[in-house]
Ligand binder design. Sequence first.
Ligand code: SAM
Length: 200
Amino acid sequence: MSSLTRIVHWSQHLACEVLQPGDFAIDLTAGRGKDSLALLKKVGQAGQVVAFDLQKAALEQTEGLLSEHGFAVHAWPISRPVPKQPGVFLVQACHSMLAALQLHAARAVVANLGYLPGGDKALVTRPHTTLEALQASLAVLAIGGRMVVTVYPVHPGGASEGQAVESFFSALPAKHWQVLSLRVANCPEAPFLMAAERLS
Ligand SMILES: C[S@@+](CC[C@H](N)C(=O)[O-])C[C@H]1O[C@@H](n2cnc3c(N)ncnc32)[C@H](O)[C@@H]1O
């Protein structure tokens, strides 16, 4: 099947495009670990990824997938700063608490919003904490780095979260940020993405 309208494909592509071996990237919603794996494949064994999820079940799936691919996985508490060190650091906490980890500059941040596929649909990302996480992420994004957010407008609460995310990106000053919106033009209920690249 064509991947033209697979938004997750574009999300991974846009984030990975700016990554080099040894870079640092953040996954705000680990889920089953597929986005984290895509980031890790680009930053390689010398690179570092920090991935958040509220759910233990999600982090277990992520850990399984990343270990299978030979990456060093560390479970990390939100209460301790993350050292600059290769490997993947899995944090079971709300992504809005990102600043507590005192992260160094990241080249890419991804967030794939909504709920864990096959999991509890009530445990879904929420506009308020999503926006806090995006704001905190911008603060650690390196010049030339990108933040890419995928939104699911048909999830319960997804439409209002989508509007909040769109307003957040649209308000970024053009002097400092390039902002992209990518939609399936003939399918308004399809996921869409917003991406921002730091210019200065
Ligand atoms: C669509 S899934 C992510 C998919 C994932 N990136 C992948 O590649 O499989 C969304 C995830 O966000 C998590 N989540 C929801 N609210 C969260 C929050 N406030 N902080 C961190 N994770 C959250 C859910 O538990 C769920 O696993």
